[in-house]
Structures are given as C-alpha cells and as structure tokens.
Design a protein around this ligand. Structure first.
Ligand SMILES: [Fe+2]
Ligand SMILES: [Fe+2]
Length: 325
C-alpha cells in the first residue's frame, strides 16, 4: 500500500462522531511535486487519539503528517498514523495556498477594458463605477471563485470571470445577444464572492457569507453603486439583479429564480461551462488514465483531453464566414 508523508496545510477539519467511534476528517493541501505544479488536496482521516489531537490542529496552519493512501468511495484518502502541528511564517503558509495564473493588475485592467467597451453609456458608467468601488478594487483581484470544486484559489474569481467574459464576447454576436448586458452580467454574477469567502488559507466562509450568501451580497453592492449614479434606470438595475439571482440556473442549485432573459441563460450556461471544465481538469488520473470526480459522481478519461493527439480545425474562421464580420 502506498504511503504519504510530508508537510501539509490544514484546509478543513471536522470531528465526526460516527458509529465506529470519533474520527477527525481533514482536507490537507500538499505542495505539487515540482515547483511549478499547483498544490494538491487530499482528504485525510484520523481514527486514533482524536480527542487529544483535535484542539492542537488549526485550520490554516501547517502540519507534519504520515499515513497510508487508501481508496475510499473511489477517491484516494490518507489514513493518518501521525499528525503534528508545525510553527510556520505567513510566507511559508502562503506557499500552500493555490494562486491563479492571472496576474491581479493586468486582470483588473482587462476587466476595465471590457467595461470601457460597453456601448450603452449608462451601463458603461455603472461598470466603471463598480470597478472603482474601493471594496471591489481591493477584494475582487484576490477572491477565490469557490471554496472548492472550481477556481478555488487566490485570484480565482478574476480568472473565472475573465474566462466567461471572453466566451461571452465571442458568443454574443452568434446568438444575437445584447453584448453590454451579457458582459456586465458575467462580470457581476459572482461579485458577492468578494465578501462571502476569505482569500486566506482554507478559503473559509465569512459571517456575512454564511448569513447572507454571495447572490444577495452581490445584489446589495449593485444597488449601492446604482444609487451613486444620478438617474441610473431602475429597469437596468433590475436586469443586473436578475443576472446574479438566476445564475445558478436551477432552483435546486440555490438560485431563487430561473433565468428569464436569453442573456441571463447565457450567463448561467457560460458560468457552468467554466466551472465544470475546471473541475474535470483538476481530477487526478490513476495509472489507467481515468480519474473520479466526486461532485458529479463521474469517471473522467484524462487521456481523452490530450491535445497533442487531437486534430485541430480552425473553427473560428468558419464561424466568421457563416455569421458575417
Ligand atoms: Fe455563484
Ligand atoms: Fe461563477
């Protein structure tokens, strides 16, 4: 049986009072094998001596661990035989927190370019005003897009947002969508994550995140910003609110509303596409080339995405031919 040993960051911790006795369930983040590799999360479980160990292990701190790798519910899990707290500096801890490949200042500048490019003067003014909001300017570049599953990294919200805005920009003329509304909806859909999730180790939910949630927090910020603009049309504000409130697409996924405009449907679909593809990519492959994505309960064929084996067709040119310039 393979073993796992080394320094890890405690990302989450729960004490389970199961029928086989108490156990400590942790998510541990290890650094990638090579310097350029992103940190990797492993679920881990401790069965022995949990009562004594529990208080010494803090979320967001470093630990020295040792254990056996076992397959549990199709997923690799570490059965811990040893876990000890380590003293570490802020910088040492930061090395275990995943970071986006998008650089903060150039990413925010790209966002500003998108807002400057909006044709409607009132929507453009709104986009520029919300980007200049001191809280947004400070929090947006560092916020993670999620606690886990997709773009769970410092700057993940910015990367995820730019990804879907680039897709929206491409898709708008093909589907005859209103580009201004679509781009603004994509920018704003998850803006509430700035206040919902902390960008420090563990990406824990804030009190306001748990009490209010990212949709309501986003709606609140949009209302605040709209009130600063004299004569910002109420109807526009309602359309922007709708993008946020309907972006999860289904009532059972936490949206209070179903998308009611084609642009709101596009925001939901592009958001979902970005999240799903990211989640598939971060699944680790086993020796047979297959991995398992726990969230969807789906097996992922990692080798099926090996681009070097695929034939590339320049789709972009063809599309322009069909739909005109
Ligand atoms: Fe969301
Ligand atoms: Fe999103």
């Amino acid at each position: 049986m393979a073993s796992k040993k080394g320094v890890a960051l405690v990302k989450t911790k729960t004490l389970n009072e199961g029928k086989n006795g108490p156990s400590l369930f942790l998510t541990l983040t290890f650094r990638g094998d090579r310097k350029e590799d992103p940190p990797v999360d492993y679920p881990a479980r401790l069965w022995e001596n949990t009562g004594a160990v529990d208080p010494a292990i803090k979320v967001g701190s470093l630990v020295m661990v040792e254990g056996q790798l076992v397959l549990y519910n199709n997923e690799q899990q570490i059965r811990l035989s040893r876990i000890e707290p380590l003293k570490a500096s802020e910088e040492e801890i930061a090395a275990f927190i995943p970071k986006s490949r998008v650089e903060a200042s150039s990413g925010m500048a790209r966002l500003r370019e998108y807002m400057d490019s909006l044709a409607d003067p009132q929507l453009r003014a709104f986009g520029i005003e919300i980007l200049a909001d001191p809280e947004v300017a400070q929090l947006f570049p560092r916020a993670p897009a999620a606690k886990r599953n997709h773009h769970a990294m410092v700057g993940g919200l910015l990367e995820h947002t730019l990804e879907i805005m680039a897709m929206g920009d491409a898709v708008a003329p093909i589907l005859s969508l209103n580009r201004d509304l679509l781009l603004l909806g994509l920018f704003l859909h998850d803006i509430g994550k700035c206040w919902e999730i902390s960008p420090s180790a563990g990406f824990s939910y804030t009190d306001e995140g748990r009490l209010v949630g990212h949709m309501a927090l986003g709606v609140e910020k949009c209302t605040q910003v709209a009130r600063r603009l004299p004569e910002f049309p109420e109807r526009y504000l309602r359309l922007l609110h709708h993008f946020i409130l309907a972006h999860h697409g289904e009532l059972e996924y936490g949206s209070p509303l179903l998308p009611a405009t084609p642009e709101a449907m596009a925001v939901h679909m592009l958001d979902n596409l970005s999240g799903q593809v990211f989640a598939m990519r971060q699944v680790a492959a086993g020796p047979d080339g297959w991995g398992y994505e726990k969230n969807r309960g789906a097996f992922i064929y990692k080798e099926g995405s090996d681009l070097s084996r695929l034939d590339h067709t320049p789709l972009g040119k063809g599309i322009r031919k069909v739909f005109g310039p």
